[in-house]
Design a protein around this ligand. Structure first.
Ligand code: ACM
Length: 508
């Protein structure tokens, strides 16, 4: 029986030549740069299987397509049947729509052990996603070993207890939680990802979301207004007022952190966070106010912009580019700094029009920690409802930029998974899948405008072939009929957004 050709993400051009043949060996491969970056041509004929890539990445993506054609068992870790598989004769010509096809894993709120991260690299690669963004530091945990500052992990990688879900009154899991990656663990993850043409993007948050660092080194906080020595790694979720002090000492400290980070991660971009920095402590702090006066700034917002620009220049001087959440736009940036747009499309439009590269990941569309269906049985409902169909109809290029030269500044798109309410691998799997599959098609394939997308065809390919591939991979996805009993979290409260969700058509 010929294997089903239900490819996801959908290739740009697929032509069936009629007939099929047995395949049991290896594909012939080659590189033809004229095809373009990451592109490939896959031919299955009586003469065998051939994959020609525009580069090595293209050959690799071609292999992922071939694997899908070999049937779900090709996704197991070892073969379970012997002998060749029958493969239909086809010619496939394919290339990605976006160069940046990312997924962010928040390993700070809940630590995900190294093996789980390596597994996610495989899952991304199988879907032709090519950036794994690791959110390595936050109020609730510091997850990267920094040799010159050992307390960042000795103290900052552990918290006393954890808030369960996000309801009132708070519910606590009294078990300590923590963990971190050694530098060698991260080198292993980076190397493993590189073998799969996935880039690992490190994020070191500043100046907000920094309580774990301050708990480890109290001098990093605004010690003139709060007793930073009394702070612990945060056990709660949400906005946190304990932010870094805008001092030379803090700048030097984070330069030291980043020096080690650059040695581990070869990624051209380095993410420095920049979102949700509360300014109350700076308003009250004589040190922060003196700095504002000394620099001739017009207030606390400009003080944050000054800190971001410092690291923008510092990274540029080392041949890297800063990327940060869209709040970094306030205050001006170096030309090659890039913006990750999460607060709807506005920041991304402004950044693209100003010539910056933009990665679109609006929370209204592609935050995979948000709940994926209505109904009481959904585990820990948070955010807006983003169904599989909603994600399939996500369009990274807003209408205002479409057809203009600025559209080329949207270098890609990313789905983000924060882990306040996803405490382990099975919860992460449930939130990510199957929506990450729909997202992969948005990021790779040449889809029409959202309303014209053929979601039924996507669902057909899912049920004909792709759920079986996910089963073979051991992914604990949300079944189309709803969660299994063991995927539910009765009694763990969530928090839904009450404002209506905006849609892509409003993005102007
Ligand atoms: C974010 O979701 N605060 C970037």
């Amino acid at each position: 029986m010929a294997s089903e050709v239900s490819l996801i993400p959908a290739p740009r051009r697929l032509e069936r030549a009629g007939g099929s043949g047995a395949f049991g060996g290896d594909a012939r491969t080659g590189v033809d740069p004229s095809l373009g970056p990451e592109a490939y041509r896959l031919t299955v004929s009586a003469g065998g299987v051939e994959i020609v890539g525009g580069d090595e990445a293209g050959v690799f993506w071609g292999r992922q397509t071939l694997r899908q054609m070999l049937g779900p068992d090709a996704f197991r870790r070892a073969p379970i049947t012997r002998g060749p598989v029958t493969v239909p004769y086809v010619t496939i010509e394919d290339m990605p729509r976006f160069a940046w096809r990312g997924f962010m894993l928040d390993v700070a709120r809940h630590f995900l052990p190294k093996d789980d991260v390596l597994r996610y690299v495989d899952l991304l690669a199988a879907h032709k996603l090519n950036v794994l963004h690791l959110h390595l530091t936050d109020d609730q945990g510091w997850r990267v070993e920094i040799r010159r500052y050992p307390r960042l992990t000795e103290v900052g990688a552990w918290r006393r207890r954890t808030r369960m879900g996000w309801g009132e009154p708070p519910l606590w899991d009294e078990r300590p939680h923590g963990g971190f990656y050694t530098q060698d663990d991260l080198r292993e993850i980076v190397a493993y990802a590189a073998e799969r043409h996935v880039t690992v993007l490190p994020e070191i948050e500043l100046p907000g979301h920094s309580q774990a660092a301050i708990a480890a080194y109290p001098e990093l906080g605004n010690a003139d207004v709060v007793d930073t020595a009394a702070l612990e790694v945060w056990t709660d979720w949400g906005f946190n007022r304990n932010v870094l002090a805008p001092t030379d000492g803090v700048l030097r400290f984070y330069e030291g952190v980043l020096e080690e980070v650059l040695e581990i991660f070869p990624s051209r971009y380095v993410h420095i966070g920049g979102d949700e920095c509360f300014k109350d402590q700076w308003r009250k702090s004589p040190t922060a106010q003196a700095r504002i006066g000394e620099l001739g700034l017009r207030g606390e917002d400009e003080l944050q912009a000054w800190m971001i620009r410092h690291f923008d220049r510092w990274l540029a001087a080392r041949g890297r580019c800063l990327i940060g959440w869209d709040e970094i736009l306030d205050g001006g940036l170096a030309a090659d700094a890039a913006v990750m747009c999460w607060r709807w499309y506005g920041g991304g439009i402004a950044a693209a029009e100003a010539g910056h590269s933009v990665v679109m990941c609006p929370q209204q569309e592609v935050y995979l920690d948000h709940v994926q269906a209505h109904g009481d049985e959904e585990p820990v409902p948070f955010g807006w409802v983003h169904t599989l169909e909603d994600v399939y109809r996500f369009e990274p290029v807003p209408p205002r930029l479409a057809g203009t030269p600025h559209a080329a500044n949207i270098i890609g798109t990313q789905a983000n998974l924060w882990t306040e309410v996803a405490e382990n691998r099975s919860r992460v799997d449930y939130q990510a899948f199957p929506r990450l599959v729909a997202f992969a098609e948005v990021a790779w394939s040449d889809l029409p405008d959202p309303d014209e997308r053929d979601f039924e065809d996507f669902e057909r390919r899912m049920s004909m072939a792709h759920y079986a591939r996910l089963d073979a991979l051991g992914v604990g996805y949300r079944p189309p009929t709803g969660p299994y009993p063991w995927q539910q979290r009765p009694g763990v409260p969530g928090r839904m957004h009450n404002k209506p969700r905006k849609t892509w058509r409003m993005a102007n």
